[in-house]
Design a protein. Structure first.
Length: 418
């Protein structure tokens, strides 16, 4: 007789979530999968590893009620979202099975950015000045009354920086509105409304965590550097933040309050926070792993990552509690997460050869799916980024190595397009 470990259900196990299913398999756990929609982008669906799952379901094909009935017969011990589009479906399933860890009544606020900031306001936590409507006239009226200077227009439930516009005039607001309303967001879900927000000035950060019983452990924090391209703010790179810095203390204190306000009590969370002159303000938060990262790079710098901390939170509570108590030690080196970026577009005639980049002294890793026959697009958001890379080394050497990286990267793309 075979006695298997508890069954784990992952919803939309794409991108980094696909890697988590491999980790669970390696630990001996049987995984089941639910696809929230068959209409998700091909880039996401191509990352799915079907062989990691003993059973697969699709909401569009089978219907959520039939899936819930089938799952009720399984010994499901844990339900998690593998990527952003699966957050609400995971909440529905966990609540139905009676194994919900996060506050189900706030599920929509963990996806819809308007409801997200309304939840922060109710908890008296500093939040965005914002307005949501399907009407261009109402949006323009609100912006004219409440915003002086730049504003941001975006989908309410988007992701990856797609269709996020920085606007300084009525004409730019109108053009942004027309590009958002009625179209599909990053996950091919229709945008019925447009979210307008005041433009936040300051330094943006990524704050990643894993929680158990409402107690978060902050695995890694990154300071983001962005450039602007055709009315879009595009991530260039993000630098590791030291655990003994003042900004680490301020961000983790604020993020913990935001997680509580959004009902995130268990599992991974990925927050984007702007440090303004008046303090930190949440941009958005996902109840999931950060996507498009190298977990090995993060662990090499911070001694852990969201995968490792989530495994402890789920299956070894005593280890997770020890993690919360363990002193953190600053790292004298800097880790730079580089978002690959192309200013050219066209059909790739050959595989890009990144070997020259690998010879850079501070090089740690590079991940890209580009190959001959694929279309290279101009990078205007994270979803159109060709991949990501990491450099690790002394802060004084980083500037020189980064500039060399970008010079080589541009040359590599142009060579592959010829």
């Amino acid at each position: 007789m075979k006695i298997s470990k508890a069954k784990i259900l992952l919803v939309d196990s794409y991108s980094l979530g696909a890697g988590f299913s491999s980790v669970l398999n390696g630990l001996g756990y049987e995984c089941l999968h639910v696809r929230s929609s068959k209409n998700l982008p091909e880039k996401l669906q191509n990352s799915f590893i079907e062989t990691n799952f003993s059973k697969c379901f699709c909401v569009d094909a089978q219907g959520i009620n039939n899936i819930l009935n089938s799952l009720e017969k399984e010994n499901i011990q844990l339900v998690m979202a593998g990527s952003e589009p699966g957050v609400e479906t995971a909440d529905i399933i966990a609540d139905y099975l009676g194994i919900s860890y996060n506050n189900f009544s706030l599920s929509a606020a963990r996806r819809n950015k308007y409801l997200m900031h309304e939840s922060l306001k109710k908890a008296n936590i500093p939040s965005m000045n914002h307005f949501c409507s399907s009407s261009l006239i109402e949006l323009q009226k609100w912006i004219g009354t409440n915003i002086s200077g730049k504003c941001v227009l975006k989908p309410c439930s988007g992701g990856g920086g797609q269709n996020v516009f920085i606007c300084e005039s009525e004409k730019e607001v109108e053009n942004a509105y027309k590009q958002i309303i009625g179209t599909g967001n990053l996950f091919n879900q229709p945008n019925h409304e447009v979210l307008a927000q005041g433009f936040l000035s300051g330094q943006e950060y990524i704050v990643n965590s894993v929680s158990r019983n409402g107690k978060p452990y902050f695995t890694d924090i990154w300071e983001i550097n962005k450039g602007f391209f055709e009315q879009h703010a595009v991530c260039s790179y993000a630098d590791s933040v030291n655990v003994d810095s003042d900004v680490w203390k301020i961000l983790t204190s604020y993020a913990e309050s935001a997680l509580h306000a959004l009902g995130i009590k268990f599992g991974p969370a990925h927050c984007e926070i702007m440090m303004t002159t008046s303090g930190p303000i949440l941009i958005e938060c996902g109840a999931r792993f950060e996507g498009a990262v190298d977990m090995a790079a993060i662990a090499s710098h911070y001694e852990t990552n969201q995968f490792l901390a989530t495994i402890d939170a789920c299956f070894s509570p005593e280890k997770f509690d020890a993690l919360l108590r363990k002193p953190r030690h600053p790292n004298p080196e800097i880790m730079r997460h580089i978002y690959l970026m192309s200013h050219s577009d066209g059909l790739l005639r050959r595989n890009p050869d990144f070997q020259e980049i690998a010879q850079i002294q501070s090089f740690f890793s590079l991940t890209s799916s580009l190959c001959a026959g694929m279309k290279l697009e101009k990078t205007i958001d994270l979803f159109k980024s060709p991949g990501f890379a990491y450099l690790r080394g002394h802060p004084k050497k980083m500037k020189e190595d980064y500039e060399l990286f970008r010079e080589l990267e541009s040359r590599i793309y142009n060579s592959a397009l010829i």
